[in-house]
Design a protein around this ligand. Structure first.
Ligand code: TXE
Length: 489
């Protein structure tokens, strides 16, 4: 069966292009999927435009749209095992992590399903007895949703669920490396009763299948999660037609540990912060900032435990984390570590591909790596390596910690570890980042906004603002006693 989904029909690429997907954990073939080009993307945009301009979905009562999302949530739960397996084969991620993701994805659909019905008109008090004024929230139109490979269906759900809740139609372009959960989502949306043309799926490379989405005059909005360079390019392209743009471009997230932090928990979570999913997490705590007096003891323990982390494929139940997504990405991570060492960082552990375990030989594995004595000027500190690489910097006091934490072009997430709650609040209020954890790392809920300050992007996903991204407010004024004003008489 073909893999592109356009106007409610499964279709192959016009030029018959295909791509082979291989599992990053061992290189084994997963499937061959259709690979769209620009002409396929144009067809998908036309289908979404038609469904928006002529179809019933934008005018469907919000509560009914919400009910459909709740049905999708139930279908996601029903197909959790199948979806988790597909996602693990595409990403190499441990099956158990994919299973957690599927629960989060169903919750995301459930959250926006309920929220859809709660957003009503806003009556404005004008102080004028002869006027009624209200603001209604309409869908933006045709949305291009471009998503990455690290949390394929999760990132997709954060866009698809609010876009549908608000009454939009869309063209989804997932990462060319991880298409399978998106394909299955299209099936579930149809099964739940979504009208043809509302959801369209294009598979293919960014430059070929994705770029036309930012350019096309019939697309009203682009929501993108991915790398900074691609985000900059998309934003520049979208300017040509003044599209609405939302960007989530990753981070270089500080994990700040004061000497009075709970040692055991802070060490444990410093590992989770950076090594979860081998660092391929936009909010990864890749910059460890440790108070000087705690530095040696803390880093020794982090290094001791990092050496014990077991790597393995999706179905290895002993594995604690998996491979990187591709050979190209592995090479990028290696280059960052090499640059860090050349610039004076001290390698405490890792810094190499694993050797000696035949089960890892054909995958894109990289050992958990700790680089100590790093400085803010190093490229491995400033740029997103997006791998299992922890850089360590020391700080002297609160001001120094805040200065180092904010010394980055990014501003997505970060954490503060201290037993002094007043200090925690002071530091949090000075951090220029979108999500801050106090004595924790990584939790998020669909009810709370997610997104970045500075070059981590703009716009928010999740929470009420995550729905508002996909709405256009329209002010309607009604003069209840029309009469000439005589301004020009
Ligand atoms: O991302 P790209 P890549 C960061 C991370 C990583 C780097 C590059 O640092 O090493 O980005 O990863 C589509 N027009 N993040 O190359 O290229 C592409 O097909 C339209 C952070 O994988 O940004 C895919 O669907 N679309 C991040 C999506 O953009 C284009 C998650 C993301 O790919 C396009 C992933 C174009 N011209 C990587 N070029 C996060 N924020 O979580 C590419 N794409």
């Amino acid at each position: 069966m073909p893999d592109l989904f356009i106007g409610g029909a499964w279709t192959a690429a016009l030029d018959e292009g295909t791509r082979e997907i291989r599992c990053p954990a061992d290189g084994s073939p997963v499937a061959v999927v259709d690979e769209a080009g620009g002409k396929d993307t144009a067809l998908a945009i036309a289908a979404a435009r038609h469904a928006f301009d002529e179809g019933s979905w934008p005018g469907t009562p919000a509560a009914e749209r919400g009910d459909l999302l709740l049905r999708v949530a139930d279908l996601l739960v029903r197909d959790k095992a199948l979806l988790a397996r597909a996602e693990s084969l595409d990403t190499g991620k441990r099956l158990v992590e994919s299973e957690y993701d599927m629960d989060d994805i169903a919750n995301c659909f459930r959250y926006f399903g309920h929220l859809a019905a709660q957003v009503g008109d806003r009556v404005v008090d004008t102080g004028n007895p002869d006027a009624e004024s209200r603001v209604v929230y309409e869908p933006v139109g045709v949305c291009a949703l471009i998503t990455p490979w690290n949390y394929p269906l999760l990132q997709t759900a954060w866009k698809v669920a609010p876009a549908l809740a608000a009454g939009n139609t869309f063209v989804l372009k997932p990462s060319e490396l991880t298409p399978h959960s998106a394909i299955h989502l299209m099936r579930l949306l149809s099964e739940a009763g979504l009208p043809a043309g509302v959801a369209n799926l294009i598979l293919g490379s960014g430059p070929e299948a994705g770029a036309p989405l930012a350019d096309h005059p019939d697309v009203d909005m682009v929501s993108f999660t991915g790398g900074l360079q691609t985000g900059r390019r998309l934003m520049a392209t979208a300017a040509g037609t003044v599209k609405k743009v939302a960007l989530e471009l990753g981070g270089k997230n500080p994990n700040i540990v004061f000497a009075d932090a709970d040692f055991e928990t802070a060490v444990d979570m410093a590992l989770t912060a950076v090594f979860l999913h081998s660092g391929q997490v936009c909010s990864a705590g890749a910059r460890l900032l440790v108070e000087d007096s705690l530095h040696d003891r803390f880093v020794d323990e982090v290094v001791r435990r990092a050496r014990l982390i077991r790597l393995g494929g999706p179905f290895d139940e002993q594995a604690q984390t998996g491979p990187l997504i591709s050979a190209q990405h592995l090479a990028k991570v290696e280059a960052y570590v090499a640059a860090g060492l050349a610039e004076g960082a001290v390698l405490r552990c890792g810094g190499a591909r694993p050797s000696g375990d035949p089960a890892l030989a054909d995958g894109y594995f990289y050992l958990p790596t700790v680089l100590d004595e790093c400085g803010a000027g190093m490229s491995v500190v400033r740029e997103e390596s997006f791998g299992p690489v922890l850089t360590v910097e020391r700080f002297t006091d609160e001001d120094d910690a805040v200065r180092l934490a904010n010394d980055t072009i990014y501003g997505l997430a970060g954490a503060v570890w201290t037993s002094d709650q007043e200090r925690a609040q002071r530091v949090v209020s000075r951090l220029r980042i979108g999500t801050v954890w106090i004595n924790d790392y990584h939790p998020y809920v669909p009810q709370a906004e997610w997104g970045g300050f500075k070059q981590s992007g703009f716009g928010r996903e999740l929470g009420p603002t995550g729905l508002a991204e996909y709405q256009e407010p329209k002010h309607i004024w009604r003069n209840t006693s029309p009469a000439p004003q005589g301004w020009f008489s």
